[in-house]
Design a protein. Structure first.
Lengths: 424, 276, 331
């Protein structure tokens, strides 16, 4: 009874907000919105992906607009799929959650994500088509594109100055030489590159013009035995040899930003917003952080990158569908989407908001590479590959520990193919 | 009995080496937790924390909800242990003192129950709890933890009960006690060490459990210390000072309990274990 | 067993005797029925808990093992029966058998080490002077009491590639190649650390209890053996060992169960890696089921795991059955 009433008011609220949608969505005096008073929306965001201040402002604005509260719960990437799957099956799933673009198709297929067709038609007309691709499964809109980014080199200006380096490198060889110089002339670790930063590896593979998987009839199978993939891995290995980082850990355990924050690391390869993690751990590091595009084999073309990104989705089992959509409308509004782009230096979901990236150092470093970037195949089968132990990570560690790329490819092929063929 | 110098020295020498081997990991945990970070990540280990700091303990306890975890862990563990002791006491008395059809079956049944590999059944347990709408609650945790320690408790207590001379009970009954009174006045006091030693095991098992609570309780309000410790480790991966401080805090209650109870526990446990 | 006919029957044993006493004596029938029920009533809570809290999940697990249960089915609460497909897939694959063999070898190696070393330490305790014994006992108790999650974390730190104290010591002792060694990088080194951890944690239980048990051996037995001319070794094999046999059986049984189920140590230390080479059965079931979100498959592996554990301990369970038989006869 009560729920019905609330739903009715919710629908009314939606109608009104649709009517009022011409504006920027900033003014909160919409009639009927009182129906959400006392409700709390649970939103899962990934560790480090949106700044605290952004969340606070958004929550305040949302409360002003709908009278409902938002509770952000920060999640770790490690083990997120297992947690998300069970959560989506529960009575009280998170109402809204961030989901990686490579994992979205798999969850869309499970039926755990609410259909957002109406949201798309309301606010999504201008969404950049390529960024929206991962949210569409079987012709339906299952998520909303939130932010996108590709990796850059984050470096410690002081360490580079101590090593006598003046310019940032333009080619892969220059980059390697610069790091070597740091190793020789300073006490700092030239680069922090753990053995399993597989997103960077995917970038290198894309840079070589190869793919991790190939089609074999109807199914996808491993393409790790491609010599081009081996070449990408050799590049990775060459740079990794300059790092003391563990060969069997990824960039999030521990957060490489926190390692960098200690000030004795020359550089690391990461998302622009990872600077925020470093600054949070050590505010003093802020003025030392610089950014540049990951240099490619030649100066005219930057290194290939993985176009990572996150979408926002609504749980199909959420009791607060309308409120959740209200939240998406606000979070993805030009104000907040633009502000996130500005704060984190990430690519927003609309071309028109790109202007927010002007003067943003990490974003400007990322931009040249975005054009030569790519993703993993946007197929439901992919998510299984990312479950621990991810065979690509196993492959990388094996090569770094001395196996030849061909041997390592052979070693993980069975596991890789099994996951790509896993029954859904 | 005279022994040669050699045969007097080697047991002691071995004992010293063993002592160091067993204590060192525990010592190193506390030592690391108390050292400033610079001394932890140094090329040559700093063997003694000369420059004691509590900053790592502050980091470890500064995590959101820390005290909630402590309260939850204590609640769940203590309740699980108490419930299982009460239930087991009744059962073990029957198994040790009474003769009835199917007694053997019960004993073997509890032995089988003791073998249950809980970690592999987690998804089944999760689905049961989920479908009963009991997620994010301490109740299912308490019940399952109680069950995890119940078989061991019954089987061990049974040994203790059997070790109490039957004559004592009988003479009490001759003196006019009912069987229940005899149990309360004579057997229970003699069982005290047994109860303590079994409760230690229960305590340590329930205190440690994390695979189940990880799946059942996503809400921080209903989580326990092992999650804090393991999550801490993923998050602070190479911050060994903080991680060791967290480990120390986690281990201290058990260490104290063990050292305090060990003498009573050990003497009784033999009786229990020998009986199997 | 003496039965005082003057007092009312107070237990089933007495009741039966009373009943057997023939029709000559008046038997309070109601009381006797209650008496006969007493053991069952006392066991009722324990049995109810076991059925509800262990039997039900177990049954559920068996049911799940006959289902195709993946992300979609779990999220949408759909039940899709698929017969014995999960079992067929598990049993026909190589992985399962490899993991099973590994599990058994792992369990055997650990249990042998624990029992042999634990017994030696226990016998050593018996030989020590008072002060030294107390010291060693204290060390053992500290190791015993370390919660497994904390202990595993501490071992990760001891064996850390950078700044780990073990690598430093090995380097100083002359193995310079170990200075930067990653203990998680290979199957053998991972098993080495995990085994060390498990043995370290488990020896105290065996040693302390064995020591306590030896203190209960009547001295006369040794004296008699000495009179027969038995030396140290002979008196050990003819007096100590037979006396401790039931204890050793029981402890071995417990250790087999505990080591076989050593999920936390293996999973936390290296996640079953590198390349899934250190997965033992419980870890394998977890990775395939929960990790890979192939829940039906995980349930099937879980059922098989339980069966294998039953097989491993069957010998001991048979002994117990026999022993209980004898006891029942002598009670």
């Amino acid at each position: 009874m009560k729920r019905k009433l609330i739903a009715a008011i919710g629908v009314a609220g939606m109608v009104f907000s649709v009517a009022a949608c011409g504006g920027d969505g900033g003014d909160g005096d919409k009639a009927g919105a009182d129906g959400y008073a006392g409700e709390t929306l649970t939103v899962w965001v990934m560790d480090g992906s949106s700044p605290d201040q952004w969340q606070k402002d958004l929550a305040a604005e949302f409360e002003k607009k709908t009278k409902a509260k938002v509770e952000f719960e920060v999640q770790q990437w490690n083990g997120i799929q297992q947690k998300l799957t069970t959560a989506l099956s529960e009575e009280n799933p998170p109402d809204v959650f961030e989901i990686g673009n490579t994992q979205t198709p798999a969850y869309a297929k499970t039926g755990g994500l609410a259909d957002l067709a109406d949201l798309k038609s309301e606010i999504g007309a201008e969404w950049t088509e390529s960024l929206n691709a991962s949210s569409i499964y079987d012709g339906k809109q299952y998520a909303a594109p939130w932010y996108f980014a590709n990796r850059v080199v984050l470096y410690n200006k002081k360490v580079w100055a101590d090593a006598g380096l003046k310019d940032t490198p333009k080619t892969r060889d220059e980059f390697y030489d610069a790091l070597k110089t740091i190793g020789e002339k300073t006490d700092a670790e030239p680069i922090y590159l753990p053995g399993q930063n597989w997103y960077h590896f995917v970038g290198l593979v894309i840079g070589e013009g190869a793919e991790l998987v190939k089609k074999d009839g109807d199914t996808y199978v491993s393409n790790l035995d491609d010599p081009k993939v081996a070449a990408a891995m050799e590049t990775y290995k060459k740079f990794q040899s300059l790092s003391k980082a563990p060969k069997d850990k990824d960039e999030a355990t521990p957060q490489q930003g926190e390692v960098f924050a200690k000030g004795d690391v020359g550089a690391f390869i990461g998302m622009g917003w990872e600077a925020g993690i470093a600054i949070k751990a050590n505010p003093g590091i802020e003025k030392e952080i610089g950014y540049f595009t990951i240099p490619g084999a030649t100066a005219d073309k930057p290194e290939g990158v993985f176009l990572g990104g996150s979408n926002l989705a609504v749980a199909a089992g959420s009791q607060k569908q309308e409120l959740a959509k209200e939240f998406l409308k606000l979070a993805l509004s030009d104000t907040f989407e633009g502000r996130l782009a500005k704060l984190n230096g990430v690519i927003p979901n609309k071309e028109s908001l790109q202007s927010n990236l002007k003067g943003n150092a990490p974003a400007e470093a990322a931009a040249p590479a975005a054009a030569v970037g790519g993703t993993t195949p946007l197929i439901p089968e992919w998510a299984a590959v990312e479950n621990a132990p991810n065979p690509i990570k196993t492959y990388m560690t094996a090569v770094l520990n001395g196996k030849s790329p061909a041997e390592a490819a052979k070693q993980v092929e069975g596991e890789f193919n099994k996951r790509l063929a896993q029954q859904q | 009995m005279k022994r040669s110098l050699y045969s007097r020295i080697w047991p002691n020498a071995t004992a010293v080496v063993l002592f160091i081997g067993f204590v060192f990991p525990v010592y190193w945990m506390f030592a690391t937790a108390l050292k400033p970070t610079g001394d932890i990540i140094s090329e040559d280990p700093v063997w003694f924390p000369t420059d004691v700091t509590f900053e790592h303990f502050e980091t470890a306890t500064g995590v959101d909800h820390f005290w909630t975890y402590v309260t939850n862990s204590l609640t769940v563990t203590v309740l699980a242990v108490v419930f299982s002791l009460v239930i087991a006491l009744a059962g073990s008395f029957a198994l040790a003192r009474m003769r009835f059809r199917g007694r053997r079956g019960f004993v073997v049944g509890f032995m089988l129950a003791q073998m249950a590999p809980w970690e592999v059944m987690i998804i089944a347990m999760y689905m049961i709890v989920r479908d009963a709408s009991m997620l994010n609650s301490l109740v299912p945790l308490t019940l399952f933890y109680m069950m995890m320690i119940l078989p061991f408790t019954i089987l061990t207590l049974r040994g203790f009960v059997a070790a109490v001379p039957k004559e004592l009970e009988e003479s009490a009954m001759v003196d006019g006690c009912t069987r229940a009174q005899a149990f309360r006045r004579v057997i229970l006091p003699l069982l005290a060490p047994g109860l303590m030693s079994t409760s230690l095991f229960g305590f340590i098992t329930a205190w440690n459990e994390f695979a189940l609570v990880l799946v059942l309780n996503k809400d921080a309000e209903a989580q326990t210390l092992p999650l804090w410790l393991s999550g801490f480790q993923t998050q602070f991966g190479n911050d060994w000072g903080a991680t060791m401080a967290a480990s120390s805090l986690f281990a201290v209650p058990i260490l104290i309990l063990f050292v305090y109870l060990q003498r009573k526990a050990v003497s009784g446990l033999t009786a229990g274990a020998v009986k199997g | 067993m003496t039965v005082q006919t003057e007092r009312p029957p107070s237990g089933p044993a007495d009741v039966r005797k009373a009943d057997d006493g023939g029709p000559g004596r008046p038997t309070p029938r109601a009381a006797s029925r209650a008496g006969a029920l007493a053991p069952y009533l006392l066991l009722l809570p324990a049995c109810a808990a076991t059925v509800l809290l262990l039997g039900w999940p177990l049954l559920k697990d068996v049911l799940l093992s006959f289902q195709n249960l993946n992300m979609a089915q779990l999220i949408q609460h759909v039940t899709e029966w698929n017969g014995v497909d999960n079992y067929r897939e598990v049993l026909t694959g190589e992985d399962f058998w490899r993991v099973t063999l590994r599990s058994i070898l792992f369990t055997a190696a650990n249990v042998v080490l624990i029992m042999v070393l634990g017994t030696l330490v226990g016998l050593l305790l018996a030989r020590l002077g008072k002060r030294m014994r107390f010291t060693l006992l204290l060390g053992l108790v500290l190791a015993w009491a370390m919660p497994v999650v904390a202990a595993t974390t501490v071992y990760q730190w001891l064996f850390a590639q950078r700044f780990g104290v073990v690598n430093w010591v090995l380097d100083k002792l002359g193995w310079h190649s170990m200075a930067d060694y990653s203990w998680t990088s290979s199957q053998m080194s991972t098993f080495f650390v995990v085994t060390l951890l498990i043995v370290w944690m488990s020896i105290p239980f065996v040693a302390i209890n064995l020591y306590a048990a030896t203190t209960t051996i009547p001295n006369e037995l040794y004296e008699a053996a000495a009179l027969d001319g038995a030396g140290g070794w002979r008196s050990f094999t003819t007096v100590t060992l037979p006396f401790l046999r039931p204890f050793l059986y029981a402890t071995t049984f417990l250790e087999i169960i505990w080591v076989f189920k050593a999920f936390v140590q293996v999973f936390t230390f290296n996640g079953g890696g590198p390349d899934r080479l250190t997965e033992i059965l419980p870890v394998y079931a977890y990775v395939e089921g929960v990790g890979n979100q192939h829940y039906g498959m995980g349930a099937a592996i879980a059922v098989l795991t339980i069966l294998i554990l039953l097989g491993l301990t069957a010998y001991y369970l048979r002994i117990v059955l026999k022993q209980e038989n004898e006891e029942e006869a002598g009670l």
